[in-house]
Design a binder for this molecule. Structure first.
Ligand SMILES: *Cc1c(COP(=O)(O)O)cnc(C)c1O
Length: 295
């Protein structure tokens, strides 16, 4: 397994006419470059959970996710790097053919336990996994340690250079970390990838503990979590043609689309300087039919 390299992170200036016409400077922080599999924010969010598990002398990490989860594969790989055992509680019955994500998690040693969607929804943990010696991490790395880890994302760029930091928001943990890390004059813009998830605002406020320097847009979910429309794929392909930056259809595709559309609608004033967080997740594109994306 290839080593993980935060030094590979770059800040790429976008030369997209839409932004230049509006007199906006936009750059992308390429967290997708740290590792081919644990690309992006999941490694940042996991750091302090893993540190705590080690301090508590727990040798086994248990966490939760779906068949294509970026969090599940990232946890599996991070545990392997840290010589910890890992168990993934996976949503839904065990399928005949495992997803490529789950195949890779098994290859790095994660034990998979499948539970019904009903039990998963109710967060019911199978009895045999309810052990004190296990260290549990919430789905998606949600929680305060995840926030602390995400707050270190901006150590990998010159954060003072920007007026807005834009990111995709699922649980809101990364967004909360960014809000904690920015200067009072900067604003964090979150693009919600879930539909009608009004709890996000409350969660972000709770996690960030600061309330006024962020905005969430709920207009770019394309039907809901991991849902898509052809317009999204066309946009992602066109964005790749123009910038050479690949995106994933669950998070960053919706983020780039949303930020572009907000710019089109003059949400950002002229002379704004945007930093768009490429939070990774490219492995999830493997769930799409071949040929859907050109990268
Ligand atoms: C998990 C994930 C997010 C969302 O992070 P949250 O902290 O849950 O809001 C964004 N982008 C990618 C690629 C992810 O895997």
């Amino acid at each position: 397994m290839q080593n993980l390299n935060p030094h590979n992170i770059t800040t790429d200036k976008l030369t997209v006419s839409l932004f230049t016409e509006k007199n906006i400077e936009a750059s992308v922080l390429r967290l997708d470059k740290i590792h081919p599999v644990i690309s992006g924010n999941k490694w940042f969010k996991l750091q302090y959970y893993i540190e705590e598990a080690k301090q508590l002398d727990k040798r086994t990490i248990v966490t939760f996710g779906g068949a294509w989860s970026n969090h599940i594969i990232a946890t599996a790989v991070v545990c392997k790097f840290n010589n910890l055992n890992s168990i993934g509680i996976i949503r839904g019955e065990e399928p005949v053919q495992l997803s490529s994500t789950l195949i890779q998690t098994q290859e790095v040693g994660m034990q998979l336990v499948f539970i019904s969607r009903t039990d998963y929804g109710k967060k019911i943990i199978p009895k045999h996994l309810q052990k004190d010696e296990y260290y549990f991490i919430s789905e998606g790395g949600f929680g305060q340690k995840g926030v602390e880890g995400a707050a270190t994302i901006l150590d990998h760029c010159v954060k003072e250079s920007y007026t807005h930091i834009c990111c995709a928001a699922g649980t809101g943990t990364m967004m909360a970390g960014l809000i904690k890390a920015v200067l009072p004059s900067q604003q964090v813009i979150g693009i919600s990838v879930l539909k009608n998830n009004q709890a996000l605002e409350k969660d972000v406020k709770f996690l960030a503990g600061k309330t006024n320097n962020f905005r969430i847009s709920y207009d770019y979910h394309f039907g809901g979590y991991a849902k898509y429309q052809l317009a999204l794929f066309s946009f992602m392909n066109e964005f790749y043609r123009q910038t050479n930056i690949p995106s994933d259809f669950v998070y960053t595709g919706k983020l780039f689309y949303g930020v572009s559309d907000l710019a089109k609608k003059n949400f950002f004033s002229p002379n704004s300087k945007l930093l768009i967080i490429h939070s990774g997740g490219l492995q999830g594109n493997a769930s799409l039919r071949k040929g859907t994306l050109i990268f």
